[in-house]
Design a binder for this molecule. Sequence first.
Ligand SMILES: C[S@@+](CC[C@H](N)C(=O)[O-])C[C@H]1O[C@@H](n2cnc3c(N)ncnc32)[C@H](O)[C@@H]1O
Length: 252
Amino acid sequence: MEIKDAVRQQFGANAAAYVTSSVHAKGGDLAMLPALAGMTGSEQVLDVATAAGHTALALAPHAAHVIGIDLTAAMLEQARALAAAKSVTNVTFQEGDAEALPFADGAFAVVTCRIAAHHFPDVERFCAEAYRVLKPGGRLLVIDNVVPEDDGLDRFINEIDKLRDPSHVRAYRVSEWMRYLERAGFAPQVAHQFGIPMDREDWLTRMAPAPAVALEVRRRFAEASPAAREAFGIDARSFTYPKAIIVGTRPA
Ligand SMILES: C[S@@+](CC[C@H](N)C(=O)[O-])C[C@H]1O[C@@H](n2cnc3c(N)ncnc32)[C@H](O)[C@@H]1O
């Protein structure tokens, strides 16, 4: 199946889980974004792969207007309902693809993309599109799972993630992000690296994998090497997926 069809299928079937998922709804990173984006309240903002809209809604009080786009219609319904429940009126949601942004050149001061770029088949295309829709001096904030620079550890977590979620493409190394953003024309900087221990069963079952797949994921965690245990903080119940906030500035 094409990745984008897998995205619509996976996230369409499990959309409601993203409204309440603590990894998505909370996370100290959300509070850091307005300052990292240099927001003053006057900005037009685009949140790419908005899902249930948590990032768009966190940015809205600091912006003139936020547009959240996503491939998955069922996610956008959840986002609209959440915005209405929170009485946020300067946010709109529409369908759209991160790799073909349906907006004019220079339309936004800020573009964000949180916990989603690992689903994009052509992440460099996304970087180029974000650059195009930003004004000179505008900022792209990418917040995503990142993997260690070590080949074995990179393979360990990306294989598990792909088993659990067929719409997973690849969680990148920080060095890869820096290269992709530079190639697109950005001046990139790693603003913050962090990790939040996650309940493994919660993480696994949010994607409703087939029972045999779930067993295989549990087996791989149980048999993880000492290096993987340390790198991903694996214990009996939880693990930590390293994350980074990377800010790419479009030169003025
Ligand atoms: C984990 S959720 C994102 C969470 C959200 N950004 C937040 O902060 O809570 C991943 C989302 O990426 C969307 N997605 C995946 N590939 C996409 C693409 N090419 N274009 C737009 N959205 C995409 C999925 O539909 C899904 O809603």
